[in-house]
Write a protein that binds this ligand. Sequence first.
Ligand code: SF4
Ligand code: SF4
Length: 61
Amino acid sequence: MWKITVDEKCTGCAECVDSCPGEVYELREGKAVPVNTDECHGCHTCEAVCDDDACHVEEEE
Ligand code: SF4
Ligand code: SF4
């Protein structure tokens, strides 16, 4: 399981929404929200494309 968080630095640029292969994120009210976390396979693409270091993917037990 992967734990996905988006912090207050999110600018709503949608790079993570557009680049996530699992379509994990949706843009809601100008912020990225992880909605399909079951589809995450831990590729870390979202973190790589986020210029604001706002999304975080951590492995969960
Ligand atoms: S890439 Fe980063 S700043 Fe852009 S919408 Fe996603 S979390 Fe927010
Ligand atoms: S780690 Fe990969 S699959 Fe998981 S939310 Fe980020 S881009 Fe999507």
